[in-house]
Design a protein around this ligand. Structure first.
Ligand SMILES: [Zn+2]
Length: 529
C-alpha cells in the first residue's frame, strides 16, 4: 500500500508512544491489555510487519516513550514532551500508538496534533486500532510518486482537507465567516445567512447612486464626509477602524464592486499559497464560490452593471482626472493600442494620441501620433450616434413607449406587493393550522371542531397558493416585456442628456485611423430587425 512512499523514504525513524492513566491501572484482564507493556508490544508487532513488507526500508527505533499514570486530557506529560522535542529536532519522522486515546483524550487538541502539528513537522502518525495513518491519504493521491520525505506534502494534504469543508459550505451558499458587507448582518436564526441592516443599506444605496452620477471615488468620499455618514466599521459596531475617520477610496470601491449586494453569496476570492504561508493569493473569478439569490438584494442588476461599466472605462480607477465622454473608448486602428487624450491649458486644447506611439515612437519608429482635436472627434461621434440611433425612432412613438414603460413599472410594483401579501397570508395560515392542531392535542377543541376549522383553513391556503402562483407567472411575463423596452429607455435618456453612462451603454469601441477617420462599433442593434 505504501510502495510509492517507501521508495523515496528510505529511513524511518519511529517513536513508539504509550500512555496509561491512574484510573486505567488495574489487575483485571481488560486493564492488563491496556497496560503499557501491551501497548508497546502491539506497536512493535506493527513495525515488524512493516519491515517484512518493505525490506528496502530501514526502520530505526528512536525511542519508546511512556507516560504511566498520566491522564489523556492533558498534553503536559513528561514523555510526551520528549516526543515533541524529538520531532522538533527532526530526529523522528514517525509516531505509533496502539490507539488514538493513547495520544490524547481531548479530541480538539488530539485532532490538532493529527491534522496540523504532525503533518507540519513531516511526521507520519499511525494509530493501529483505529487504522489511522496520516500517510494513508497521501498514497491515494496521484502525486505520490514524486513525494519524498523532505517535501511538504503531508502538510499540504491536510491543509487541503480543511479548506475542502469550507469550500463545501461555500458551494452551498453558506457564509463561512470573514467580514460581512455593510448593509447586512448575520441572521440570528441562521449563522450562515444574512439579513438586511437598515442603516447600512441606505448608505450602500446612496454610494451606488453617487457613483451612477459619475462622481469620482474622491468626490463620493467627500460628500459622505460632509454629511457625517458613519464608516462601515462604526455602523457594524466593529471597533477596529474607529481611529480612521475617513471614507477611503478603497472602502468605497470595495462596496461598489461587491456582488453580494445583488443578493448573491460570493466567497472564496482568496486562498493561501500553502499551509505555512500567510501570503494571500487573489483567485480569478471563475474560481470563486458564487451562489445566487441567497439573501435579499440591496442593489438591482441594472444599477450594478452600469456602475461596473463606469469602472471599466476608468482604467486608473481613481475617478480623479477629468472624465471625457469618450475616454477609454478610443483605440488606434493601426496598432490596436489605446488612444488617450492629452490636455493642454486647462482642457481648452485636447488632443488624441496613440499610447504606443507616445511610449515608443521616438525610439522605435512605431505607429504614428494620431493627433487630432478631441472635441472635434467627440462632436463627430455624437452626431453619428444621433444619426444612427434616431434613424430608427419615431419620437412620438417613443414617448408612447416610455409612458408604457412607466406604467409597466407601476404594474410590476403592484404585482410584487400582491405576491408579498400572499406570502404573508400563507405563513399566517400555516401557523394557524399548527395552532389548531395543538389545541386539538391538548383537548381545548373537539375533534369535530378541529376538522371543521382546519378544513376551512386548508381551503383558504390552497386558494392563496394558487393566487400567488398566478401573480408570479404574471410577473415573469411583465418582466420579459421590460427587457425588450430597455433599449427605448436608453434612447430616451440619450435624448435628454449627454451622460457618460449612456455613451458606455451604446458604444463598444471607436477606432481612430491615422487619416483621421473613425469607425464606431455599437453595442446595440437595430430594434426593428
Ligand atoms: Zn497606434
Amino acid at each position: 500500500m505504501y510502495d510509492n512512499f517507501l521508495r523515496f523514504v528510505k529511513v524511518i525513524n519511529y517513536v513508539i508512544y504509550a500512555r496509561l492513566s491512574k484510573e486505567e491501572q488495574g489487575k483485571s484482564p481488560e486493564a492488563q491489555s491496556r497496560s503499557i507493556k501491551n501497548q508497546i508490544k502491539v506497536c512493535q508487532n506493527y513495525i515488524a510487519e512493516e519491515k517484512r513488507n518493505y525490506p528496502n526500508c530501514e526502520f530505526r527505533e528512536v525511542a519508546i516513550l511512556k507516560d504511566d499514570g498520566v491522564s489523556g486530557t492533558t498534553f503536559n506529560r513528561e514523555d510526551f514532551n520528549k516526543l515533541v522535542k524529538l520531532i522538533e529536532q527532526k530526529e523522528a519522522n514517525m509516531v505509533i500508538t496502539k490507539d488514538l486515546s493513547r495520544l490524547g483524550r481531548d479530541h480538539i487538541q488530539t485532532d490538532d496534533y493529527i491534522e496540523k502539528w504532525f503533518p507540519e513537522h513531516n511526521v507520519r502518525y499511525v494509530s493501529i486500532m483505529e487504522n489511522i495513518d496520516t500517510y494513508g491519504d497521501l498514497v491515494s493521491n496521484e502525486i505520490a510518486p514524486i513525494i519524498n520525505w523532505s517535501n511538504e506534502n503531508f502538510a499540504r494534504q491536510t491543509s487541503k482537507k480543511i479548506k475542502k469543508t469550507f469550500k463545501e459550505y461555500r458551494q452551498e451558499g453558506k457564509w463561512t465567516g470573514g467580514e460581512i458587507p455593510l448593509g447586512y448582518k448575520k441572521d440570528p436564526d441562521n449563522k450562515y445567512h444574512f439579513i438586511i441592516d437598515e442603516e447600512g443599506k441606505e448608505i450602500v444605496k446612496r454610494i451606488f447612486n453617487l457613483a451612477l452620477e459619475n462622481n469620482s471615488l474622491n468626490k463620493i468620499g467627500k460628500i459622505l464626509q460632509k454629511d457625517h455618514v458613519p464608516l462601515p466599521s462604526i455602523v457594524k459596531k466593529n471597533q477596529r477602524n474607529l481611529n480612521i475617520n475617513l471614507w477611503s477610496n478603497n472602502t468605497i470601491k470595495a462596496i461598489l464592486q461587491n456582488e453580494m449586494y445583488l443578493g448573491h453569496m460570493v466567497q472564496g476570492k482568496t486562498t493561501r499559497l500553502n499551509h505555512k504561508s500567510k501570503k494571500i493569493i487573489y483567485l480569478p473569478k471563475e474560481n470563486w464560490d458564487i451562489v445566487k439569490n441567497t439573501h435579499e438584494a440591496i442593489i438591482d442588476i441594472e444599477t450594478f452593471k452600469n456602475v461596473q461599466l463606469l469602472f471599466k472605462n476608468n482604467k486608473n480607477k481613481t475617478f480623479n482626472s477629468y472624465d471625457y465622454l469618450l475616454k477609454g473608448l478610443i483605440k488606434c486602428q493601426e496598432c490596436q493600442h489605446r488612444i488617450s487624450i492629452q490636455t493642454y491649458k486647462k482642457r481648452k486644447n485636447c488632443y488624441t494620441v496613440c499610447n504606443y506611439y507616445r511610449k515608443y515612437g521616438s525610439q522605435k519608429n512605431v505607429c504614428t501620433a494620431h493627433r487630432f482635436n478631441y472635441y472635434e472627434l467627440e462632436k463627430l461621434v455624437l452626431e453619428n450616434i444621433k444619426e444612427t440611433c434616431f434613424k430608427y425612432i419615431d419620437k412620438n412613438k417613443l414617448k408612447e413607449i416610455i409612458k408604457d414603460y412607466q406604467q409597466n413599472e407601476q404594474i410590476i410594483e403592484d404585482i410584487k406587493k400582491n405576491i408579498n401579501k400572499c406570502k404573508q397570508e400563507i405563513i399566517k395560515l400555516n401557523r394557524q393550522i399548527e395552532d389548531i392542531y395543538n389545541d386539538k392535542l391538548e383537548g381545548i377543541i373537539s375533534k369535530e371542531q378541529y376538522q371543521n376549522i382546519s378544513q376551512n383553513k386548508y381551503k383558504t391556503l390552497e386558494y392563496e397558493k394558487k393566487k400567488m402562483l398566478r401573480y408570479i407567472t404574471y410577473l415573469k411575463e411583465t418582466n420579459n416585456n421590460q427587457v425588450k423596452q430597455d433599449y427605448e429607455k436608453i434612447i430616451n435618456d440619450f435624448l435628454n442628456l449627454n451622460n457618460k453612462l449612456i455613451i458606455l451603454n451604446l458604444i463598444e469601441v471607436i477606432y481612430l485611423k491615422q487619416d483621421g477617420t473613425i469607425d464606431i462599433y455599437y453595442k446595440i442593434q437595430n430594434p426593428n430587425k
